[in-house]
Design a protein around this ligand. Structure first.
Ligand code: F6R
Ligand code: MG
Ligand code: MG
Length: 363
């Protein structure tokens, strides 16, 4: 049977500051989605990563469905009303437009969706991040689907041996390119090594074109033309039986690689995998976090979530992330802790620099 999994997220107000989520907002979201359970949607879960409200929904309407997107939008609007009442921080921050126009894409919320022909058993891992940008998934997806030193199945499992095709989006030029791996891994890396611009949107298995991964790619600053908080992306990955095993999907996060985001969306910092109860960026508004909710789909219903990064085997990654956080913080306002000038364009730094313009003299 064909089902759609939709993960739609927005920051509609933080508690306190940009650190976490007020329980009242999650309650409202659960109530709103609950009204549609058994009607528009089959099942749902409401979660949060830091100050981002995450709606995980299953249905039979296909991706980009206006009714599903409208339901998510209306839920964010309801939560924003409550956030304003409670004077939560940045209430309605990610709702960049006033009126809904058929699809939440380009309106602020992040979306990752996948039409799934449900297999005999269908494990789906939903990753949610805070204090970083969509390109943060590039490194992990490359490791999962193209690096045999990370995913053993690429070598051992005949069902994966033909590799995967990566759909890469150029977020600046609004173009996309399909790259077939392993043949084109050098071309792939040439692009995705610049994660601020090139982002992996989907991954397909070469042997049968089955979709294996989907991410959210919206960049708020590119929509709004100014800094409005980081995008805090989501990602969905199917696992097992000719796809990376659950453990191979998680393995890339045993290394807390550097991502852009953190304080004021302006700093590089380690991407720290944590359990659900630690998805509360605090030090210097971070460091950037990632949680993973593990599900088994069962006739479109969501069995789960299992808290995948809670496990002790990720303790070392967290420890290393804290060490890297110390090291990076010692650089203060210096690059490469602070993002490069091109990426700082969307922050408030250019206003500061403008003031100095008049004082410069020719040399
Ligand atoms: C990062 C983020 C925070 C804020 C910071 C300053 O994505 O949202 O780090 O940028 O807390 O916020 P303001 O300027 O609202 O005081
Ligand atoms: Mg926020
Ligand atoms: Mg956030």
């Amino acid at each position: 049977m064909k089902y759609t999994v939709s993960v739609i997220k927005a920051d509609v107000g933080g508690f306190p500051g940009h650190s976490s989520m007020h329980p009242a907002l999650m309650e409202i979201a659960r109530k709103e989605l609950g009204k549609q359970k058994g009607k528009l949607i089959i099942d749902f879960r409401v979660m949060h990563c830091g100050d981002d409200l995450e709606l995980i929904m299953t249905h039979k309407k296909g991706v980009d469905n206006r009714f599903i997107h409208k339901m998510a939008w209306d839920t964010f609007v309801k939560c924003t009303e409550e956030a304003k009442k409670l004077k939560l921080y940045g209430a309605g921050q990610d709702l960049l437009k006033d009126t809904f126009s058929g699809n939440v894409k380009g309106m602020g919320p992040g979306v990752a969706e996948m039409d799934i022909d449900e297999r005999k058993s269908e494990p789906v891992m939903v990753f949610m991040a805070d204090k970083t940008e969509p390109g943060a998934w590039n490194y992990a997806l490359y490791k999962m689907f193209a690096d045999p030193f990370s995913t053993a199945g690429l070598v051992i499992d005949p069902a994966m041996h033909d590799g995967f095709t990566f759909e890469v989006h150029d977020l600046f030029e609004h173009k996309k390119v399909m790259l077939k791996c392993p043949e084109e891994i050098y071309d792939l890396l040439a692009l995705i090594g610049q994660p601020a611009r090139y982002v992996i949107k989907h991954i397909f298995r070469n042997s049968d074109k089955m979709v294996a991964a989907s991410t959210s790619t919206q960049r708020l600053s590119l929509i709004a033309g100014r800094y409005v908080g980081k995008d805090d992306p989501v990602m969905m990955v199917r696992a097992q039986s000719g796809l990376p095993a659950v453990g191979e999907v998680l393995e890339p996060f045993s290394f807390p690689y550097l991502v852009a985001g953190w304080m004021r969306g302006s700093h590089h910092g380690p991407f720290m995998p944590v359990g659900f109860d630690q998805a509360t960026p605090s030090r210097f508004d971070g460091p950037p976090r990632v949680i993973c909710a593990g599900f088994q789909l069962s006739d479109g219903r969501l069995e789960g979530p299992a808290d995948m990064f809670k496990d002790v085997s990720f303790d070392e990654s967290r420890k290393k992330a804290n060490k890297i956080a110390d090291y990076m913080r010692r650089h203060g306002p210096f690059e490469p802790h602070r993002l490069s000038a091109a990426e700082m364009e969307y922050t408030t730094l250019p206003d500061v620099l403008k003031k100095l313009d008049k004082r410069f003299r020719k040399i």
